[in-house]
Design a protein around this ligand. Structure first.
Ligand code: SF4
Length: 268
């Protein structure tokens, strides 16, 4: 039942990188990126000294490049504040840039064996369907997940809930082959899908084609190694001048790039 994940048993840094990559991104895609990335940047200190252009080059195609910027900032904070070691507690992990409650809990559990629940959209469905048989508020879902934690083996337990949600209890569940179908609360009571509207369960993403995400990706892909003129970006990306200006300004605000007049550069 457990998935064979290349980052299982990795260093705390390797686990942190995997969890950041897995935010809103399927395991199948992260598998292709995690190995090359952690080979090039095997420790926080290696990423802390890297250029934005190089990091985004390795990240290209994984999506949501904002995560790469936050990961660089996290690596720098780990070097400056934690002597280069990934912090062990959810509280300290939460202070790292781009690390939310899910990522902090996952790293604390999988890298350090801390007794905390790890709840993403997959686990949110399992909690609502298999365990509660009803839609849950965030507070009820968390309380239920905390009550379930075993005294020993918290990390494998958390991983098995994630695996169950990813492999069987999907948005369209595969109940006939599900290993817990005999004890599943929803299968017992029937009715509308309790995962719909339940806490932690995300809705379907808006399509990528035609989105602002696509336009941002286009601009980053066509930014040269030195200064690139806006007029060159306009012809390379095919964006209108108005769209290009807006996208470049947001990329500058978020720390991807710098802009001086008509020239755009990578952030250092
Ligand atoms: S039986 Fe169906 S609804 Fe219940 S946990 Fe398995 S896949 Fe989910």
């Amino acid at each position: 039942m457990a998935r064979d994940l290349p980052w299982a048993g990795a260093s705390p840094w390797g686990v942190l990188v995997s969890e950041v990559m897995l935010q809103q991104t399927p395991v199948s895609r992260v598998r292709r990126y995690w190995g090359p990335f952690t080979t090039r940047f095997p420790a926080p200190v290696d990423l802390a000294g890297a250029s934005v252009a190089e990091v985004l080059g390795l990240w290209r195609g994984l999506g949501y490049p904002r995560r790469a910027l936050r990961l660089i900032e996290s690596a720098r904070a780990i070097v400056e504040i934690h002597d280069g070691e990934v912090p062990r507690t959810p509280e300290d992990l939460l202070r790292l840039p781009g690390v939310g409650i899910y990522t902090a809990s996952a790293v604390a559990s999988f890298a350090f064996g801390r007794s905390v629940p790890v709840i993403d959209t997959n686990v949110g469905r399992v909690l609502a369907r298999a365990l509660a048989g009803r839609s849950l508020s965030a507070r009820d879902a968390r309380a239920l997940a905390e009550r379930l934690l075993p005294e020993r083996g918290v990390a494998p337990f958390n991983q098995s809930l994630l695996d169950l949600g990813a492999q069987w209890c999907r948005p369209h569940p595969l109940c006939e082959s599900c290993p817990v179908r005999r004890v599943c609360a929803w299968r017992g009571v029937g009715g509308d899908d309790p995962a719909r509207g339940s806490a932690y369960v995300s809705r379907a993403q808006a399509p990528y084609a035609g989105s602002e995400r696509e336009r941002r990706g286009l601009v980053l892909r066509h930014l040269g190694p030195g200064a690139t003129a806006l007029s060159a970006l306009e012809s390379r990306t095919g964006l209108t001048r108005g769209d290009l200006e807006r996208v470049v300004d947001s990329l500058v605000t978020e720390g991807f790039c710098g802009r001086a007049g008509e020239k755009v550069t990578w952030a250092s």
